[in-house]
Design a binder for this molecule. Sequence first.
Ligand SMILES: [Zn+2]
Ligand SMILES: [Zn+2]
Length: 90
Amino acid sequence: MPISQDLLEILICPACRAKVELKEDASALVCQNCGRSYSIQDDIPSMLIVEECPSCKQTAMMQVEGENLKCPECGHTYPIVPSSKSQVPG
Ligand SMILES: [Zn+2]
Ligand SMILES: [Zn+2]
């Protein structure tokens, strides 16, 4: 019983703010909205956006800027949710 249901209830994706779900093998939390996953180590989920920058290809902790993520290495910004999945307002 690594992650309590109470904790799951309050955890959200740090990128898109959607709710996350526990992976079947309980090794990670997965966001159903943007598809990112967050690993769980020692029963503590790591809710950081660490991924490869599409521009400079460095793995970095991305910063949230509105609807985008910003790479601290090269300053490149890109959408949190890929455009194919994003909803058109209205
Ligand atoms: Zn997300
Ligand atoms: Zn970059």
